[in-house]
Design a protein around this ligand. Sequence first.
Ligand SMILES: Cc1ncc(C[n+]2csc(CCOP(=O)(O)OP(=O)(O)O)c2C)c(N)n1
Length: 432
Amino acid sequence: MRLAEPRTFPRILAQAINVATAPRPCAAYVSVPADLARMAAGDEKAAVPAWRPAFDLPRGHARHVLQALARARRPLIYLGSGAREALAGGRAEFHELVHALRAPVATSLRGKGLFPESDELSLGVLGMAGSERARAYAEAGIDTLVVIGSSLGEWATRGYDQSFTTASTYFHVDLDPSVFGQFLRGGEHIQADAATFLRALRSEMPTFTEAPLAVPVPQRQPTPPPVSRETPMSPVSVMLALNETLRGEDDLYIDIGNCTGWAAHHLVIDPPARIFYPCGLSSMGWSCGAVVGGKIGDPRRTAIALLGDGAFLMNGSEVRTTAKNGVGAVYVVLDDGYLGMVNHGEHAQGGGVVPLDDDYYFLGGADLARFAESLGADAHPAADPDGLREALRAARTGAAKRSRPQVVVARIDHRVIPPYGERFTSIAGDGS
Ligand SMILES: Cc1ncc(C[n+]2csc(CCOP(=O)(O)OP(=O)(O)O)c2C)c(N)n1
C-alpha cells in the first residue's frame, strides 16, 4: 500500500493491519514517500474492518475424521503454522482431544512448539532438521494423516520425502485451497480455518465412544551433552543451555543458517513459549528486525533472536534502532567465523573435497561484541557452556531492567556438522 496524502494515514494503516491479520495472515507493506514522512498524519478515524469469513464443516465430517483417527493404528496429526491462532485460543481443548484419541502430534518447522514438545504424544518437528523420533515414526508408516495449517512445502516434508505418502487416509485442512494436492495425491480437502475445524472435532467428542487403536509413540530422548570443556564450544551446547533457561514468556526469532537446524533439532518448546522461523523467503538477518518488532508489540514477553555471525554482520545494524528506541531485545549470535550453512553445504555436497577451513566462506574474524557495543548494546561474550549460561542470565536481566539491547556472542566450533544431512545429499544428488 502506498500513502498518497498524510491525512489518509490512519485509514491506510488500518487497512494494512486488516491485511496482516486476515484469516490467512501475511506481511503488509506500507510505502511512505520521503516528502510525506515528516508531515503530521491526519486524525481521520479509521477502524480495522472486521471481515472474517465463516467456514462450516459439512455435517458428519468431524465425526468421520474422529473415527478415522480412532481406528488408525499409526495416526498422525501434523500442525503447521496456520494452526497457531487456533491453538493459542484452545490449547487445553486440543490437548484433551489428542489424548482421548492417543494420536501423536508432529509439527512443521514453522509450527514448532504449537503442541508442547515435552508431551508424551509429541513427536516434535517432522521435516528438515526435525526430530529422530518423528522421522522414525513416519518411516515406519502413517496410516491416517490429518494436516492442519501446513502447505507441506520443502522444509515440512524433508524435501518431499515419500514417508508422507504411506497414509491411505488423509485429510488436509487449510484456509487456502491452493495448498491442496500440491504434494500428496488424493485425500479429503477441508477448506476451513483451524479453529473451526478443531471446534467441530471437539463438539463431536462427547458422543464418541470408540477406544483408540493407536500404537505407542516413540518418546523423546534427551540430547547427551557434548564432551565438557570442549573448545571451542559445540553449537549443541548452546541449544542445551537455551533449553535450560527457556521460560514460558519467551518468543524466539530464529534466523536462517545452521542455527535454523540446530534450533529445530534440539530446542524443546512448550507453550506459552513461542518460536518463529522465516523459512519461506529464508532471508538472512530477518531476526534482527523481527525481535525488535516482537518486543515492542508485546513488551511483557522476552524477545530473543538466534542467528549466525554472517546474518548479524548483514543486518546487526538494527541493534542501533533497538538501542535508540530503548527496546530490551536479546540477540544470541552463534559466532563460528563462517557462513556456516553454505560452508557445510558445499563441504557435504563435494564429499569433503572442499575443506571447512578454507577462506572462501570465512567472515574475517570481526569482534562482534565490540560491534554490538558500538551500536549501543550490552555485549556478553561466551566461550564455554558455563560462561554462556551466565551470559544468558545477564542478558535477560539487562533486557528487563535496562531496556537496552543485549547481545550474547557465543563462540562456537564451525566444524560441528548441522542436522541437515538429507538436504545436502538431495541437492548433491540433483542431476546425477
Ligand atoms: C540475504 C540472504 N543471503 C544469502 C542467503 C543464503 N544463505 C543461507 S544461510 C547462509 C549462511 C548463513 O551464515 P551465518 O549467518 O553465519 O549462519 P550459520 O549458518 O553459520 O549459522 C547463506 C549465505 C540467504 N538465505 N539470505
